[in-house]
Design a protein around this ligand. Sequence first.
Ligand code: URA
Length: 473
Amino acid sequence: MQRGSVRVDPPWSLQAWRDAARRGLQANAAPAELDWLHGTDASLLDAPALPEATDDGAAGSVPRAFLELAETCLCHRDPQRMPLLYRMLWRIRHGERALLSNPADADVLRAMAMAQAVRRDSHKMKAFVRFREIPGQADAFIAWFEPDHFIVDRVAPFFARRFAGMRWAILTPYRSAHWDGRTLSFGPGASRQDAPDDDAREDLWRTYYASIFNPARLNTRMMQQEMPARYWRHLPEASLLPSLVRDAAGRVQEMHDRPAQPPSRRIPVRSQLPPAPAGDDHADSLAQLQRQAEGCRQCPLWEPATRTVFGEGPADARVMLVGEQPGDKEDLSGRPFIGPAGQLLDRALQELGIERGQLYMTNAVKHFRYERRGKVRLHQRPDSTHVQACRPWLMGEIARVRPERIVCLGATAASSVFGRGFNLARDRGRWHTLDDGTRGFATVHPSWVLRQSDAGKREAAYQLLVEDLRQLV
Ligand code: URA
């Protein structure tokens, strides 16, 4: 066949790429005979455009996993992604239906690596976009961000959900996203000068960041890996980092030299829930159970903690994740898994395409156990007495949510759910059946991943977590 060309516009759109691929397949154009043109760029040397595909049947059925991979890969900047995906589609259509199950195949490997890079870039965008108030406009914000790939359309819905109540725009060099409080729209790229530089909130943010910075947890290699220097120019807290890092060792030494103090009592925060009806001692709903747990005095952990951190998620969730106990951030906010371990967990879930909002997340122990060193509250592992005292609440959650699958993160959760003989090193990742037929397994705790001493070990530990969680997919 003579060479032909197809155009994909916008060049990250799965729909546009599928239309182009249909044309190619209908014209029976082998991968080597097809030129892929991106966006609106045109040249006199372009091969003639292939005619529109006349029916949808030209694409035939394509495995869903391939379409998902293609959707992510198309956001990569590599101009070879389109011919690569077409070659894979061609091979699938010509008898290699199981192509994607061969991870050693060069095309599959390359596409997976592109998808991985896009996911990483998307994760960074979620983590490092910082909104600045537009001077003179109440509640309107702009952020400037420079992604590596074409990820704005993919990530903007996340910000629309997260910041639904404010008006914002995210500007990038190739595209901008706008949210007016109701509708998400997209426009052309912009330049750095179009976004305000600094706003009054940044001082507040820097003060907050400096106060939550824990010198004992400083790991500069991890920090550089998680927050590469090229993002620093967008982050208000970046200006603090050199001095925080420089002073960290001295502050840790000082903390160690200081004698441990008994935890100071915090003012308990009143429950947002209405009070339990008098005489109703049988909790038949999660909300009632939560209310009861808020008054729990079965062990001493309630007293120094800010609040009971109960589980969160749909009451009919099919999967329940059980952690150890809330950490510092969870204790302050009242929500499980929102601190560093929770963020790592979010990253793993996202990588696997699991939506956090579909999971019920809770902990074996509902109060934060810690030791106070100066201003810092250092996590202390709960004892078996704390786990036992809290077990009725966890069992109550399981009985009400009735998940099909339970995943225990770490040994504390596993011993509460599967029994005290559970050995995480031996039984990690293996399915177990509880008496009521619910199936579950235990995997490593995300905090354990974060505690690994170097980047290589951390990556290996993270992969263990991801591979175990993959059993849910
Ligand atoms: N670690 C846990 O086990 N649970 C949380 O909620 C946060 C950190």
